[in-house]
Write a protein that binds this ligand. Structure first.
Ligand SMILES: NC(=O)c1ccc[n+]([C@@H]2O[C@H](COP(=O)([O-])OP(=O)(O)OC[C@H]3O[C@@H](n4cnc5c(N)ncnc54)[C@H](OP(=O)(O)O)[C@@H]3O)[C@@H](O)[C@H]2O)c1
Length: 314
């Protein structure tokens, strides 16, 4: 038991880190043990991880000393920030720097940084197709993570470029809604372009494969997705699996989407517009074949829906 190498998992009570903890805990002979990091070891999800054999350690992304303690003795560290808790690019960057500083101080041998691409590089600075947000970002939660890549550059890091979670259907309110005529409908500014998607838990499963591969992927950017699907394809699958009839897709403009008024609508509108206008670049960075080679049991969208259909509010 004591021979196992510790993987310290930030976000262990969340989607990505939770998937990684699952992967480690489900593979007791894999040579790794799970150190689950949370701000609150007493919360239900933390207690559940402890009950399954994880070592639960308290730390806060705003407190580099706590992160250093949590990383000490770990061979690997999974580093993720949660933009959606505070909606601030600057705060996300500061938290990412804390993660990198702690990994450096603790001498972690393999760091996985959960990142996204710099969407500002996809268009000229004066391109007026979408507004700048928080003064200097196109998609703050993408661009901030990309800016933070530099903090990990002198560490033995793998840059894990994640994709749109299909879990957003229930976790982010993106499920189709029933219209007055009884037909389910939804609106996206995606035209007929493909969205790179994945079950969030599978990001953690892929991270585990990267840790198990030792230094093979150190220094590399690994973009992950299970499938690249159009909204029509996603709607058809939802309709089949949930038995709710054809879904009416409103292909709205990105401006209209940004104006929907929910918290983060402008950010989501910009993000989906990037997925739409730069389909080739965005899907091209997220290799479904390599993702499946790393984790052969990667859920397809239909499999994801079959597993999680009871969570989708209809
Ligand atoms: N939704 C999508 O489609 C999507 C796609 C790609 C990337 N992402 C990115 O995924 C990130 C969020 O990851 P997730 O979805 O796995 O998270 P999540 O399920 O929302 O859970 C958030 C996790 O972050 C931890 N956390 C938050 N603030 C913390 C702090 N100050 N100190 C320590 N831990 C903290 C929480 O731990 P405790 O509460 O237990 O402390 C929790 O485990 C976001 O930055 C987002 O941009 C999302």
């Amino acid at each position: 038991m004591s021979q196992r190498r510790v993987i310290a998992v930030v976000g262990a009570t969340g989607a990505q880190g939770g998937g990684l903890c699952e992967a480690i805990l489900n593979d007791p002979n894999g040579g790794f043990s799970c150190r689950a990091i949370t701000r609150d070891p007493h919360k239900d999800k933390a207690r559940a991880l402890a009950a399954r054999g994880a070592e639960v350690v308290q730390a806060d992304l705003d407190d580099v000393a706590s992160l250093t303690r949590a990383f000490t003795g770990a061979a690997g560290a999974y580093c993720v920030t949660n933009f959606w808790e505070h909606f601030s690019a600057e705060k996300e960057k500061a938290q990412a720097k804390n993660l990198a500083d702690a990994a450096r101080a603790a001498g972690v041998q393999h760091v996985i940084w959960s990142t996204l691409e710099d969407t500002r590089k996809l268009m000229d600075a004066d391109d007026a197709r979408m507004p700048m947000l928080q003064e200097k970002y196109r998609v703050p939660h993408f661009d901030a993570k990309a800016d933070a890549d530099e903090h990990f550059a002198d560490l033995p890091s793998t840059y894990l470029v994640t994709s749109f979670y299909w879990d957003n259907l229930y976790a982010f309110g993106l499920a189709p809604k029933k219209a007055a005529d009884g037909v389910y409908e939804w609106a996206f500014p995606m035209a007929d372009k493909r969205l790179a998607g994945i079950a969030a838990e599978d990001i953690g499963q892929i991270a585990y494969a990267l840790f198990k591969a030792g230094h093979t992927y150190v220094g590399q950017r690994i973009g992950v997705a299970s499938e690249h699907l159009t909204i029509e394809q996603m709607g058809a699958a939802l309709s089949r699996v949930l038995g709710i009839g054809p879904i009416r897709y409103h292909d709205v403009s990105a401006d209209a989407y940004r104006g929907f008024g929910f918290p983060g609508a402008d950010e989501m509108g910009n993000m989906l517009q990037v997925y739409r206008d730069f389909e080739r670049e965005v899907t091209g960075q997220r290799d479904t074949v390599q993702s499946r080679a790393l984790y052969p049991r990667l859920l397809t969208f239909e499999q994801f829906l079959t597993r999680h259909k009871d969570k989708i509010p209809l």
